[in-house]
Design a protein around this ligand. Structure first.
Ligand code: FPP
Length: 248
């Protein structure tokens, strides 16, 4: 993962025109396990390995921001044992990757209703976020207990509060001010959103931020997703024409 690691640039990938922010909906862990007659939890464990591989690849090629949808507000409704295991996996990932993040200049951040996470996960997160807080090589953003609508509601509450307190004129609210009050304040919107396992939906992820994001959906289940397919999606992205509502 070291930034000085030499790596083979795949044919067709222009390293000077990489997306600045990639967001991923990591779907299909359960189906991956069920296909193998395994417990769904095994799928999440395999999924965590894919997370490691994709984070490494992003760091290696120089993607500035990677946002991963690791746990949604809706995921709390899953069976207790699955939720508990996901939380254990998450803590394990944060703790085991901490040194690698420090060595490779990666900053860890989390977005979502983090107060809902178990205390031990919050402690691990805070420790690693503090230890990596000054790193500039890449931002790894974990969406945890995250929901796009909840994020928008939280933003509206803050802006409404400022208006009531006389600190903001509601007529002066612009899209930039809205963006500055989301969990992703200060980050550019994702250029590319990848969803694995074939479902054609957004599932309440980054609703505001993906207004002009290029979307790529692959049938591959998240545990089977890997570096080669990821790089081929980047090549596909570079061949798309982004018009942002304009004409060419
Ligand atoms: C979707 O698969 C995936 C999740 C709800 C959790 C994603 C978690 C991981 C990849 C592992 C832990 C995370 C980190 C950051 C180490 P699903 O269970 O909805 O799959 P299905 O649609 O096939 O049932």
């Amino acid at each position: 993962m070291n930034s000085s690691t030499s790596f083979h640039v795949p044919e067709g990938l222009d390293i000077s025109k990489l997306p600045k922010h990639i967001a991923i909906i990591m779907d299909g862990n359960g189906r991956w396990a069920e296909k193998r007659l395994m417990n769904r939890i095994r799928g999440h464990e395999a999924g965590a390995e894919t997370v490691r591989a994709i984070v490494r690849t992003c760091r290696e090629i120089g993607i500035p921001i990677l946002t991963l949808f690791a746990f949604s507000t809706e995921n709390w409704q899953r069976p207790k044992i699955e939720v508990a295991t996901l939380m254990v996996l998450l803590k394990k990932f944060i703790d085991s990757e901490q040194n690698e993040m420090i060595e490779n200049n990666i900053r860890l951040n989390a977005i979502g209703q983090l107060e809902k996470l178990p205390k031990d996960v919050r402690i691990s997160l805070k420790r690693t976020m503090d230890l990596t807080g000054k790193n500039k090589g890449m931002l790894l953003n974990l969406a945890l207990s995250y929901g796009g609508r909840a994020e928008i509601v939280d933003m509206v509450k803050v802006l409404a509060g400022k208006a009531i307190d006389g600190k903001m004129d509601p007529h002066s609210i612009t899209p930039e001010i809205v963006a500055d009050h989301l969990y992703t304040a200060g980050m550019p919107d994702p250029d590319l959103l990848i969803r694995t396992s074939g479902e054609m939906r957004i599932s309440n992820f980054l609703l505001w931020q993906i207004a002009y994001t290029e979307i790529f959906i692959t049938d591959t289940l998240w545990p089977d997703f890997g570096r080669d397919e990821f790089l081929s999606i980047l090549i596909d992205f570079q061949n798309r024409e982004r018009r942002f509502g304009n004409v060419v």
